[in-house]
Design a protein. Structure first.
Length: 196
């Protein structure tokens, strides 16, 4: 009889532990759902972020205007990628982000931007921001700029941009490269990378 009592107590403890673990998992999932930005909220945010002009004529601007435009593209990209204010979104919101980025970028480049900024969490089935520090190099002010434009192929342009600032005993340098494909008189960015 005593053996049955001990077995019943052990079973009750085990079941209690399972219920407690299930409760913790449910609490975690609930917190994630409260933080997750959904599709409608993201679309509302996107409606307030106008994409940069992408007409073919943008590539023919003077160097200072071209630099301003590239910074505008960078700023728009950063604002789009960081638009889920909690840094977390569901799969429907991520689909909208991909669509929104392809207003300016090729599908492949949009995917690379997303992969660099977000990671997928299979436990919560959400996308979480890795960091908000990405892409800040172009947003800084640099003392001197050097710009080169080439046309590697018909309907394709490449921009190489270097910014530098001299300090007392050091020099800070930023390098930017971007590639643009002309499609129906619009520029589509197929490569956009900046290092410092």
């Amino acid at each position: 009889m005593r053996m049955i009592g001990i077995a019943l107590m052990a079973t009750a403890l085990l079941l209690g532990g399972c219920a407690q673990q299930k409760s913790v998992q449910n609490d975690t999932k609930m917190q994630t759902l409260q933080k997750t930005v959904g599709r409608d909220r993201l679309l509302h945010t996107f409606s307030q972020i106008a994409p940069p002009p992408m007409g073919k004529e943008m590539i023919d601007q003077q160097d200072d205007q071209l630099i301003t435009w590239i910074k505008q593209v960078d700023d728009w990209t950063y604002r789009v990628l960081s638009s889920p204010v909690t840094g977390e979104m569901d799969t429907y919101a991520m689909r909208e982000m991909r669509i929104h980025l392809t207003q300016v970028y090729s599908a492949d480049m949009a995917e690379r931007l997303i992969t660099g900024f977000y990671r997928y969490d299979p436990t919560s089935t959400t996308y979480k921001a890795n960091s908000t520090r990405a892409m800040l190099n172009l947003r800084s002010e640099w003392g001197q700029y050097e710009v080169r434009k080439t046309q590697p192929a018909q309907g394709q342009y490449k921009i190489w941009l270097q910014g530098a600032t001299n300090f007392d005993h050091a020099r800070s340098v930023m390098h930017h490269e971007s590639v643009y494909q002309v499609k129906e008189n619009r520029l589509i960015i197929t490569e956009f990378k900046t290092t410092a």
